[in-house]
Each structure stands twice: as C-alpha cells, then as structure tokens.
Write a protein that binds this ligand. Structure first.
Ligand SMILES: C[S@@+](CC[C@H](N)C(=O)[O-])C[C@H]1O[C@@H](n2cnc3c(N)ncnc32)[C@H](O)[C@@H]1O
Length: 225
C-alpha cells in the first residue's frame, strides 16, 4: 500500500458525541497534527523511542493503543497481534495510518473518545497508552481509566507511559520552565502522577518505575482480576 493510500485508510470512522470538555483537546491536536512529529522529534529520539518497546513487552492478542496519536508506537506493536489505535483527532489518526505499514501487527485505527469506548467489556487482552493522560483534565482521566479497565476485562492489563513529577529538583525546575509551552502546544501537564488515580478506577498497580527521570512506566490490573 502506498503512503497516500494508507493515509486514507482510517478504519470504521467512529465519531462519538464529544462532550464540550473534550473540545479543547480535539482543537489542540487538530491544530498541531501537521507539525507534531517535527516538534516532538528531539523528545522522540532523545527519550521516547528507547522506552516505547517497554509498553509491549510480553503482550499479545488483542491490544488497544489508547490515544494512538501519529502512530509512534506502531513500529513496536508485537508481531501477529491485533491492535486497535483510537484517538480524538482525525488529523493525528491520518498520520498514524501512514505508519501502519511499519508494523507486523494487524492494525485498525478509529476516531473515538477514551472516556466512551465503543468496545464490549473484556474485548482486549491489554490496553496501553503513552503520554495521553497528561493531556486530559482530571474528570476525563478517571472516566478514561474506567473505560480501559472495562475493555480489558478482569484478567486484562493496563500499561501506561506517562510524565510524572520529576525525580530531581533540577528536572522539576526545567519542567516548570517548559510547562507554558507544553500546555499551549499539547494541552499537557508534566507534574501529575497518574498512578495515584488508578485505584479510583478500580485498577491495582502491579508495577511502577521511573524509566527516565520524568517518565514512569506503570502497569495495573482490574481490582479482583
Ligand atoms: C501527546 S499525544 C501522544 C500520542 C501517542 N500516544 C504517542 O505516544 O506519541 C496525546 C494524544 O492523545 C489524544 N487524546 C487526548 N484526549 C483524548 C481522548 N479523550 N480520547 C482519545 N484520544 C485523546 C490526542 O488527540 C493526542 O493524539
């Protein structure tokens, strides 16, 4: 498939009703999508690329890439798995579609709000998300975490790469300097700890560690699973 054919191949465009609270995120990512990969490139090469494989270690079967963005995780999807990537922004999804050919997985892309996923309970074996919850307001984070728990079912896994409060005073100071730009460009906050919210969504943390001085890899399973 050529890049231009792939670009048109966003699957089953599912347009859920966006609550007003999601409009700022949708607007921000529609606006930044054409420049996103370029602006993010120094971070992608310097930090993200080496830690993305950790999201998928040991995972197989049906996987959800929640907030797939421009598809930076696509190259790391486990070969032979069935991955659905969802995102609010059609412009971000269009770029993800161009990366699909770089995957050994079967990849579908759908426009969808994480707080209102159109999948049956337990549909996925695991859900992953990278740098998504830092872009969501608090009440939506909780709704989205509950949805991830629902769609992975009692024995599923949720794995997140997220910004967390920096480990050193120097890094916390740098994060404060970057914050106004990061808020404007990506609608993101760098100083929140998603791990603290998982229990509110009935998810039990089974692993958590800093993989850089500012980014945590967190794994959770449904409580009682
Ligand atoms: C910072 S980007 C990260 C993209 C990708 N996961 C990565 O690692 O490069 C955040 C993405 O989350 C998406 N997003 C934010 N809120 C969302 C929501 N409520 N539902 C679906 N996607 C959402 C944005 O559209 C954007 O593409």
């Amino acid at each position: 498939m050529s890049a231009s054919e792939a670009a048109d191949a966003v699957d089953n465009l599912y347009v859920s009703c966006m609550p007003n609270s999601q409009e700022p995120a949708l607007r921000a990512y529609q606006r930044i999508a054409p420049f996103y990969d370029l602006i993010d490139l120094p971070f992608e090469l310097g930090r993200y690329r080496s830690i993305r494989p950790l999201l998928f270690e040991g995972l197989s079967g049906r996987l959800l890439d929640a907030g797939v963005g421009t598809g930076r995780n696509v190259a790391f999807y486990p070969s032979g798995s069935d991955v659905v990537g969802v995102d609010l922004s059609p412009a971000m999804l269009k770029r993800a579609a161009r990366r699909r050919t770089k995957s050994g997985a079967n990849v579908r892309l759908m426009q969808m709000n994480l707080a209102e996923l159109a999948f049956a309970d337990g549909y996925f074996d695991a859900a992953v998300a990278s740098f998504v919850f830092c872009t969501m307001p608090e009440e939506e984070r909780l709704a989205a975490l509950r949805e991830l728990r629902r769609v992975v079912g009692p024995s599923g896994r949720v794995r997140l790469l997220e910004y967390a409060p920096a480990q050193t005073r120097f890094r916390r100071a740098l994060a404060r300097i970057w914050q106004p730009w990061v808020s404007w460009a990506f609608g993101a906050r760098l100083d929140q700890d998603i791990e603290l919210e998982l229990s509110k969504a009935s998810l039990r943390v089974t692993g958590s560690r800093y993989v850089t001085s500012t980014i945590k890899l967190v794994e959770a399973t449904p409580v009682g699973g």
